[in-house]
Every structure is written in C-alpha cells, then in structure tokens.
Design a protein around this ligand. Structure first.
Ligand SMILES: [Zn+2]
Length: 284
C-alpha cells in the first residue's frame, strides 16, 4: 500500500513540476547535449536532427519545423554547415533567437585553401568556447536562471578541460614524424591545429566527391613520402577510396567520428575519446 501511495505521489510530483522556462530547438545532437548540461531543468531541448541523418545533406522538413514551433531559441553549429539556416530563420517567428554556436570560434583553414573547416566541435576547447556563448545568450533570455546556467557551464567547461588533458597525454607518445591525420572529408583541421597534427584530406568538406585518378596518383606519391601509419575512415561513411589508398600504402584503416553524429548517438566525451584512442593506437 505504501508503495502505491509513493507511486501516486510521484505522479503528482511529476505533473506539478514546473514547465521549463526556455524551449530550445537544436540542429546537432552534441549541441543538444551542451544545452541540457548548461540549461538543466530550466530548458526543454528538442532535437531536430534525425537519428540516421547525414550532417552534410540534412535539411529540416515539416516534421522538424513542427517540433521547433514556439521554440525560444534555435541552436545551430554555424560556420556554414547548415546552408539552409537563413531560410529556416525566415520561416520562424521573429522573436526566436537563432544562435550559431561556431560564431565566436576562430576559423581554421583547410591546408593550402581559403576554405574554413566548419567542423569546430572536434576539439573540447572549442566546445568550451561555444558553451560560453550559449551561457551568455541563455542568461539574456532567462536572467532569473543565470545561477543555474553559470553552474552548468562551469561543470561542462571542467569536463572539456579534462578531455583536452587526456588527449594531450595520449598524443605526447606519438612521434612528430608520424603526426599525419589522413581522413576522407576535411573535418579535423580544428583538431589538428589544437593537438599538433597535419591534416591530409582525400575529399573536400563534403563526403561525396571522389578525387579523379590524376589527383589520386599525386596524393599517393605524397603519402608515400611521409610516415603515414593509418588511413582514418569514418563511422557511417563509405570508405572505398580510402580502402584503396590504405591498400596501396600497406597501412590499416580505422574509423573516426568526424561529424559528431551517428546512429545510437553517444555523449561528446565518448565520441571524442573514441577519436583520441583510435588515433593514439594507430600512430604511436
Ligand atoms: Zn563533415
């Protein structure tokens, strides 16, 4: 009987719980996680990104738009990774705050290129920077909750700092001459700059383009001249050309998480440490 009453009281408690102060619609699961960490119970986060989505081809449809209705804030990565963002913003109510969290993060350019790598989330330091931007915006929208937001951001930043330290420790065992990060699409420039690697990419920023054979031959020559120990493929992307290159060089392939999204989404900590452990294992 006692148990039943406890259950009833619990239900009552849940029913009477205060509605979250801010509704946040998020275009990337890692940003959703950040918003939940900083906002706590003061925010309701709605994920717009589908479980099996591809970051480079996704665009919100009517289902996502319905889920985002009445959101106080739309959280995006920014830096051009959401080409539909301006159009999406137009279709939302005027008072919805559109926040591209890459806004305050310095650009890192692709090697020999003027194109900036939009994959800023691949370093915990950038996630920490983004969390400060989010803290400032949330505090403006709901000043009464500032203490909650500040405490959440402080904890989040400490987690990111711990990840940076772990990564640095592991990477300190990799000799300088093996610090080449060969990936399919150009997604690790921020990571490489932060942790002292040289990025080499087979495609451009998107995943689809395949290099022509002349480019491939030149690339193979270039890779043969370097101490390349592994070709890093991507969880969820077709690695055919990367397998060919690895075979030609006689080195293994290993998958990284480049876009921060994949089916059965895991925490930032797990995704980042997967990358750190995989790189460390193959290059040290
Ligand atoms: Zn990407």
């Amino acid at each position: 009987m006692k148990t039943i009453w406890c259950f009833v009281l619990m239900l009552f408690g849940l029913g009477a719980a205060q509605a979250a102060e801010l509704k946040i619609a998020s275009l990337h699961p890692l940003l959703s996680e950040m918003a939940r960490n900083i906002g706590g119970e003061a925010v309701e986060v709605v994920d717009l990104f589908p479980a099996n989505g591809d970051l480079h081809s996704f665009a919100p449809g009517s289902k996502q738009m319905a889920a985002a209705a009445n959101a106080d804030m739309l959280l995006a990565c920014g830096k051009g990774i959401e080409p539909y963002l301006a159009e999406l913003a137009e279709s939302m109510p005027e008072d919805t705050v559109i926040l591209g969290l890459g806004r305050d993060i310095p650009n890192v350019y692709l090697p020999n290129s003027r194109r900036a790598d939009p994959h800023w989330w691949n370093t915990p330091e950038n996630m920490k920077r983004a969390s400060r931007t989010l803290l400032a915006t949330l505090s403006q929208l709901a000043p009464a909750q500032q203490a909650t937001f500040t405490a959440g951001q402080k904890k989040y930043a400490a987690t990111m700092d711990a990840l940076t330290r772990k990564a640095r420790l592991q990477f300190s065992r990799i000799p300088q001459n093996r610090r080449y990060l060969v990936t399919g699409h150009a997604a690790m420039c921020h990571f490489c700059e932060e942790f002292g690697f040289t990025p080499i990419t087979i495609h451009g920023i998107s995943k689809e383009s395949e290099g022509d054979t002349a480019t491939l031959a030149a690339l193979l020559n270039d890779l043969r001249a370097k101490d390349v120990r592994c070709i890093f493929t991507e969880v969820g992307a077709s690695p055919k050309i990367l397998e060919v290159i690895a075979e030609q060089l006689g080195v293994p392939t290993a998958p990284l998480v480049l876009d921060g999204v994949f089916p059965g989404q895991q925490s930032y900590e797990k995704l980042f440490m997967h990358n750190v452990n995989t790189i460390s294992k193959h290059l040290k």
